[in-house]
Design a protein around this ligand. Structure first.
Ligand SMILES: Nc1ncnc2c1ncn2[C@@H]1O[C@H](COP(=O)(O)OP(=O)(O)OP(=O)(O)O)[C@@H](O)[C@H]1O
Ligand SMILES: [Mg+2]
Length: 496
């Protein structure tokens, strides 16, 4: 069994994570930290809520602290990219927590907020830059940031960063970082459509897949409610009569619908706020903070809050509208049942959404259990035998792609290595999180000791869903055409 001590992280880091209440490394942490400490490129795939942030952050902090380099003006040593402002902010907070006993300087930069303090912090010198791609490019183009000293390049939510919305920006940023570097990609999903880009960015990577990509969080109880579009509001109000719906995130496809659902909830006496791309950044952060603190019972969100956001104690996720990108379902429902917690995810499905449901069930390799004992059950939709018709829609676009010239981009790896790491203990039995303490928004420098302790990552024999069966041998060649050298390294046999 791997313990944090076995991972050979330095004492100040161990002390900080002990104070965080982490007792046992999660499977993705045990599986990736040794390779990351050795400076290897890593592709890490594990379900939502299983501690991927610490998996990439702890070894980075360890290495930077050991190296004892001074922070240089405008020249960070590590760059971590995330697709949304709130996620970048949260990663920055996590890093501040983990780095509280090491003398490293971190800055988070993202759009929608004043660029000046960000430029000033870079000028004073930082070790780690956490950024959304658009703002980082702005700062680089203005000559305030030079990535030529970057040794570690990390993409959180890597598949999202490599899809249409961001790929051009990522190429430009990647081209500004020396080729000789460590590149690290993490996500719960890695669809085939972007796998080629991932392969192109990584050099001879170690792949650690705790569960096959697109595996849903183990402890989330999924439910499907067929309902006519016009009854969705009444069904939502009905569900909110249940006091167990304590802390609920509701996803819609459009910003407009998010605002409407928020208004309706408030009218029905439910405290609610919306978060989406048309809101001012301070309103977005306020909404997230009020939800995290328990001041509002409902957060109504577009997919801007689907990925990575870690708010303690979310009891329910409601897909008021199913996402048209099937992967998004996995990330949305993963806002609940994080770490040791349990949670419920309810998907509303009307006639027009049957095609989306089909896509989702296909990628998650499960059919979502139907619940029909509610007053708005749409039997005709449930029993429909016709082929679902896919609604006409635009592409993903989404969060801040800027298009533009092609960048130099990634390094093309030759051979691929693949570790079959499916560490034991991917089960995460146990109680829901103790509430509080994990504010996803707010000040970048939050943290310090005395936060509520988190449940330890319980060791439990794998046994079920989290595992799936180990992959055999090297994986099929990447789409970038790199040769497959099927070598099958197993760096953490202690844990597998
Ligand atoms: N070893 C550990 N023991 C206990 N709790 C942990 C451990 N590692 C991480 N956590 C906690 O688990 C929660 C989820 O972690 P994190 O946000 O890193 O998950 P993730 O895998 O990145 O999820 P997502 O795919 O949704 O981004 C956080 O609250 C974090 O503090
Ligand atoms: Mg994450």
């Amino acid at each position: 069994m791997t313990d944090f001590i076995d991972l050979k992280l330095s004492k100040p880091i161990l002390r900080a994570i002990t104070e965080e209440g982490y007792k046992t490394p999660s499977p993705i942490q045990a599986g990736t930290i040794p390779s990351l400490l050795e400076g290897e490129d890593v592709l890490g795939i594990a379900q939502t809520g299983t501690g991927k942030t610490a998996a990439f952050a702890l070894p980075l902090l360890h290495k930077l602290a050991e190296a004892q380099h001074k922070a240089i003006s405008k020249q960070p040593l590590a760059v971590i990219l995330a697709p949304t402002r709130e996620l970048a902010n949260q990663i920055g907070e996590n890093i501040q927590d983990y780095a509280r006993y090491v003398p490293l300087r971190t800055k988070v930069v993202f759009g929608g907020t004043s660029i000046r303090p960000q430029i000033q912090a870079l000028f004073r010198g930082i070790h780690i830059l956490v950024a959304t791609p658009g703002r980082l490019l702005d700062i680089m183009n203005q000559g305030h940031c030079d990535l030529s000293k970057v040794e570690t390049f990390i993409l959180d939510e890597a598949d999202r960063m490599l899809d249409m919305g961001f790929i051009h920006d990522i190429r430009k940023i990647s081209a500004a970082i020396p080729k000789k570097r460590q590149t690290v990609l993490f996500s719960a999903t890695m669809p085939a459509s972007v796998k080629g880009f991932a392969d192109g960015l990584l050099r001879d990577p170690v792949t650690v897949e705790v569960a096959p990509q697109a595996t849903t969080a183990e402890k989330v109880e999924q439910q499907l409610m067929y309902v006519d579009q016009g009854d969705k509001r009444a069904l939502l109000d009905h569900l909110f009569k249940d006091p167990a719906m304590e802390k609920v995130i509701i996803f819609t496809r459009t910003k407009h619908r998010a605002d409407r659902v928020t208004r309706n909830l408030i009218q029905a006496g439910v405290t609610a706020a919306a978060i989406h791309g048309n809101k001012a950044q301070n309103a977005r952060q306020r909404a997230l903070k009020a939800f995290a603190n328990g001041e509002t019972r409902a957060l109504v969100a577009t997919d801007v809050a689907a990925r990575g956001i870690d708010v303690d104690g979310i009891t329910h996720v409601i897909n008021f509208e199913l996402p048209n990108e099937a992967d998004s379902y996995i990330h949305r429902i993963g806002r609940t049942a994080r770490a040791n917690a349990t949670g419920i995810a309810i998907a509303f499905c009307c006639e027009e959404e049957r095609a989306y449901l089909k896509d989702i069930e296909k990628i998650i390799r499960q059919s979502i259990p139907m619940v029909d004992d509610h007053p708005y059950h749409a039997a005709d939709v449930a029993n429909a035998t016709s082929k679902p018709v896919r609604p006409v829609q635009g592409g993903r676009g989404g969060g801040g792609g800027r298009g533009g010239a092609k960048g130099g981009g990634g390094r093309n790896s030759g051979g691929k290595r693949h570790t079959n790491q499916r560490p034991k203990g991917s089960g995460q039995g146990g109680k829901p999180h103790a509430g509080g303490g994990n504010n996803a928004s707010g000040a970048e420098n939050a943290g310090g000791a005395g936060k509520p302790k988190k449940n330890k990552w319980r060791k439990k024999s794998a046994g079920n869903a989290g595992g799936g069966k180990p992959r055999s041998g090297g994986r099929p060649g990447g789409r970038s055409g790199g040769a497959v050298q099927g070598g099958n390294r197993n760096r953490n046999s202690g844990n597998s």
